[in-house]
Design a protein. Structure first.
Length: 165
């Protein structure tokens, strides 16, 4: 009976597989939004103000960072929690694949969130004249600082709890 429950519990990791596959659909949707922004940009590029072009560029960078985060979580999560990816020797393989454990993935996700938050905060500052409420800016800064502090603490805790090799 115990062996049955252990096998059932171990097999339940496959419940995560459709979730990681679903992330690829989100990545596809993000790609559509990225190119939608580019298509909107093309006809007005010569009449745009420099600040507006920078804001659009920051939005595109933001989308690219989120896309990279999705890829990292999708592949590393699948490899860490479901099954190893069987990629043939001749096929193209990501260099970091199989090297990110759960803690490394968590730290990379935290660093990506800080980078995404930084870009969003930069967009807010570049568009500050359109923000009516100064408290909104304060909250953006506080939330960003919370992300930075959380990422730092997670990295520090990972460093002090790692056993020397």
């Amino acid at each position: 009976m115990e062996r049955f429950f252990e096998r059932l519990m171990y097999a339940s990791r496959w419940i995560m597989a459709p979730i990681y596959l679903g992330l690829s659909l989100v990545l596809f949707a993000l790609g559509i939004k990225f190119f939608q922004e580019v298509i909107h940009l093309v006809p007005i590029i010569f009449s745009m103000k420099e600040v507006d072009l920078i804001l659009v560029t920051l939005t595109l960078i933001d989308l690219a960072l989120v896309g990279g985060l999705i890829v990292m979580v999708m592949f590393s999560g699948y490899e860490n929690f479901v099954s190893k990816l069987d990629i043939d020797e001749g096929d193209e393989k990501l260099s970091w694949l199989g090297q990110l454990d759960a803690n490394s993935l968590k730290n990379k996700v935290a660093a990506s969130i800080v980078a995404i938050s930084s870009i969003h905060l930069l967009k807010v500052f570049m568009n500050v004249e359109k923000i009516d409420d100064d408290y909104k800016i304060m909250w953006y800064v506080l939330i960003h600082l919370t992300f930075v502090l959380s990422a730092f603490v997670m990295g520090y805790l990972d460093k002090i709890t790692k056993k020397p090799v």
